[in-house]
Design a protein around this ligand. Structure first.
Ligand code: C2E
Ligand code: CA
Ligand code: CA
Ligand code: CA
Length: 278
């Protein structure tokens, strides 16, 4: 048992060293990723299932490093958030999304683009409105009407940073930037913020959709969210729809939702989106 314990110790110790080293290695690479042109935005369509129209796109970060290959956002976003790099990366994302929306608009393809925002982006000490100014200046830089930019934030962000975020979100709403609640249902359960905040839509998290067809509880939760949203005059976006059966749940129940998922389209580089809609 002693020998086993020792081996286990070595095993875990090496694993931990590797993952700590790997973390710092990735963090250092990420620090240079913008300058080295390694980041790219992909765009995933959101489709209105009532009329089949593409009503917008979500911008999703992709990172390709020559040595490490493609690194998943689920790996590098947490590193970016912990290190604070998400502030400059997030700034780049907002800028690129505005630039892209303007290009599409000028090409006769008016497309709303939503960007994901992390809590860190709301929390510049001493400069609580930096995020608002940054968004406003990107809109101005490209002469993009504000309605074409949307932001996705999580429930947790609002619950934890109520004061910082409220003022910024109010100002964004006032200039015409729509606010989406991301991963809805997975965060803290207090719903009071829904009526306090200037929210446009709820995005039902993929975890409720995965087993929707077989799991009565998931179906009940999704139905309840849609009913609540309707009463509150909020739109609903459904994340992670992959199959015909999942889509049928919404069509058969006459739920007027917007759907985002591999069933319709995976996230794609902008030039491939152009190709689809040309
Ligand atoms: P999210 O905001 O919940 O984004 C939806 C995720 O689900 C994306 O993963 C998307 O590619 C994926 N997805 C969409 N439809 C399907 C489907 O039908 N099946 C499956 N299996 N997956 C689907 P992705 O691109 O890997 O991003 C993961 C997370 O990373 C995002 O989750 C978001 O929280 C974060 N993220 C991505 N880009 C950014 C960014 O620019 N800024 C910040 N702060 N976070 C970002
Ligand atoms: Ca999102
Ligand atoms: Ca998210
Ligand atoms: Ca999600």
């Amino acid at each position: 048992a002693k020998a086993l314990g020792k081996n286990q110790y070595h095993f875990f110790s090496d694993e931990m060293n590797n993952s700590v080293q790997n973390h710092f290695e990735l963090e250092n690479r990420l620090r240079r990723a913008i300058a080295d042109n390694e980041l790219q935005l992909y765009y995933q369509p959101k489709i209105d299932i009532v009329n089949g129209d593409t009503v917008g796109f979500e911008a999703l970060l992709r990172w390709h490093n020559a040595e490490h290959g493609d690194i998943s956002p689920s790996i590098f976003i947490p590193i970016a958030e912990k290190s604070g790099l998400i502030v400059s990366i997030g700034e780049w994302v907002i800028d690129q999304a505005c630039k892209q929306a303007k290009q599409w608009l000028d090409a006769g393809f008016p497309a709303h683009i939503s960007v994901n925002l992390s809590a860190r982006q709301f929390l510049h000490t001493g400069k609580p409105n930096k995020l608002f100014e940054l968004i406003e200046s990107s809109l101005n830089r490209y002469q993009l009407p504000a309605e074409y930019l949307e932001v996705e934030i999580t429930e947790n962000l609002m619950m934890h940073h109520l004061n910082e975020s409220f003022a910024i979100l109010e100002k964004l709403k006032n200039i015409g930037v729509k606010i989406f609640i991301d991963d809805f249902g997975t965060g803290y359960s207090s719903l009071s913020y829904i009526k306090k905040f200037p929210i446009h839509a709820l995005k039902i998290d993929k975890s409720f959709i995965d087993d929707l067809v077989n799991d009565e509880n998931d179906a009940a939760i999704v139905t309840a969210i849609i009913a609540m949203a309707k009463q509150l005059k909020l739109e609903v976006v459904v994340e992670g729809v992959e199959t015909e059966e999942q889509l049928a749940f919404f069509r058969d129940n006459d739920y007027a939702v917007t759907v985002q998922g591999y069933y319709f389209c995976a996230p794609l580089p902008a030039k491939e989106i152009r190709y689809i809609y040309q």
